[in-house]
Design a protein around this ligand. Structure first.
Ligand SMILES: Cc1cc2nc3c(=O)[nH]c(=O)nc-3n(C[C@H](O)[C@H](O)[C@H](O)COP(=O)(O)OP(=O)(O)OC[C@H]3O[C@@H](n4cnc5c(N)ncnc54)[C@H](O)[C@@H]3O)c2cc1C
Length: 394
């Protein structure tokens, strides 16, 4: 990789991407791949220092809304070739995702979701509880009432994906600045004019806000009001044991998810409905909670007995950038030329980034309408009739 710089950024650029997480770097790479020159990425910390570096690396196509299924599917197609495309090992592995429910009442919804996924081309299938044992022999199926499995879901290593995109973007001429915070964005006459950083300003006609949980506050600098809020989510890692778990297991009942890393550790998390909703970055708190450790350990050992004797080795917290329908917000706004956002991914921005970035870059460089970006436009919330995805868990 070309050394990453922190000296003053160039005074002009054709596009400035704010955020050096998976979405910012993949968007910068895709913009450069489409021939846009002088693309600059500005990151306030190190690459992956936001949500991306805290994420579980899960990639699944099992969703309940068509846009999420199609995006995830297209992302998986990109992930399958990504190591070769970027010339960097992303550790993408298709061990599948086993989704379980402990509620009889979820059966019809899970069957309907599988039908939608199959219509979109994702090879998931509905399972009776006893069939889960063929996939995870040590699962306690006395609690399971319905399940589905997609063998093409999987995981990748978030930092490797970030570094791979960064390196490939640099090879195409993208200028990446780390430890450089954006402190202002200037618009005039209905157009984006300038990005102000703590190390100097960049005159630019195009910006892409890919700042994860911080996007809301950056958008407000140019008067764009995003409905997003942020929540803390945590991950726990156990000591390593011999390989016994191939897929990611995820419960739509209590929100636990866990998989086994290549080092043998069990890695997972669980959502907590009592976590506060933040909207101001000054409130963000990524300290670890004992409450999470207890909730996760209880849920894990109940459904996966081999975890019972294990010691917990590590824990960390990061932020989800949430929206009212738990789906991303993509595109621009009608009255501000050159402005774009790619945010609001909740707990699935790592898996959707490759395709969100590819479609965003096409929109930015060609202006051609995109059906998925249009369905995820900001104005959908004001227009009403939003469709929530019911498989947002974790
Ligand atoms: C515990 C946890 C588990 C998760 N598990 C999964 C999973 O299994 N699968 C999945 O798909 N997703 C998962 N996610 C969600 C996923 O991590 C995010 O959706 C995704 O990483 C968002 O990427 P991003 O690039 O948009 O944002 P980020 O990675 O947050 O990047 C934004 C960057 O912008 C920078 N920035 C912010 N403000 C400024 C500024 N003023 N100037 C310059 N730079 C700035 C930040 O420093 C940051 O690096 C998980 C998240 C968490 C917290």
């Amino acid at each position: 990789m070309i050394p990453l710089r922190s000296d003053p950024p160039p005074p002009t650029a054709d596009a400035v991407v704010i955020g050096g997480g998976v979405n910012g770097l993949s968007t910068a790479y895709e913009l450069a791949r489409r021939g846009l020159r002088r693309v600059v990425v500005i990151e306030q910390g190190y690459l992956g220092s936001g949500s991306t570096g805290r994420c579980g690396g899960g990639i699944r196509q099992q969703w309940t809304t068509e846009a999420n299924v199609r995006m995830a599917q297209e992302s998986v197609e990109i992930y399958e070739e990504l190591s070769a495309e970027l010339g960097y090992q992303t550790f993408f592995r298709q061990g599948g995702y086993l989704m379980i429910s402990e509620n009889e009442a979820d059966r019809p919804a899970m069957q309907k979701a599988v039908e939608l996924q199959n219509r979109c081309g994702a090879p998931s299938h509905f399972l009776e509880p006893r069939d889960c044992l063929e996939i995870v022999p040590q699962l306690d199926i006395t609690r399971v009432r319905a399940a589905s499995f997609c063998p093409k879901d999987g995981t990748a290593y978030p930092f490797a994906v970030v570094w791979g995109y960064a390196r490939a973007a640099q090879r195409r001429g993208v200028d990446i600045r780390i430890h450089t915070r954006v402190t202002g964005i200037r618009a005039e006459g209905g157009r984006i004019r300038e990005v102000v950083t703590e190390r100097g300003s960049i005159a630019t006609p195009v910006i892409v806000l890919a700042a994860g949980p911080w996007t809301k506050s950056l958008a407000a600098m140019v008067g764009v009001q995003l409905p997003n809020w942020q929540e803390r989510h945590e991950i726990m890692v156990s000591e390593g044991i011999k390989p016994c778990l191939n897929p990611m297991v995820i419960s739509i009942t209590n929100g636990i998810y866990f998989s086994q890393s290549m080092r043998g550790e069990l890695v997972g998390g669980i959502g907590d409905p009592d976590e506060p909703h933040w909207t101001d970055p000054r409130d963000f708190d990524t300290r670890c909670q004992l409450r999470f450790a207890v909730r996760f350990a209880r849920a894990l050992t109940a459904i996966f007995p081999p975890a019972r004797p294990l010691r917990l080795m590590r824990q960390w917290a990061g932020m989800y950038d949430m929206t009212p329908d738990h789906r991303p917000i993509l595109g621009g706004v009608p009255d501000l030329q050159g402005y774009h956002h790619i945010c609001g991914f909740s707990g699935h921005g790592f898996m959707l980034a490759p395709i969100a970035a590819r479609r965003m870059a096409k929109l930015i460089t060609t202006g051609q309408p995109d059906d998925i970006i249009d369905s995820l436009r900001l104005s959908r919330f004001a227009e009403g009739g939003i469709e929530t995805d019911h498989f947002v868990v974790g």
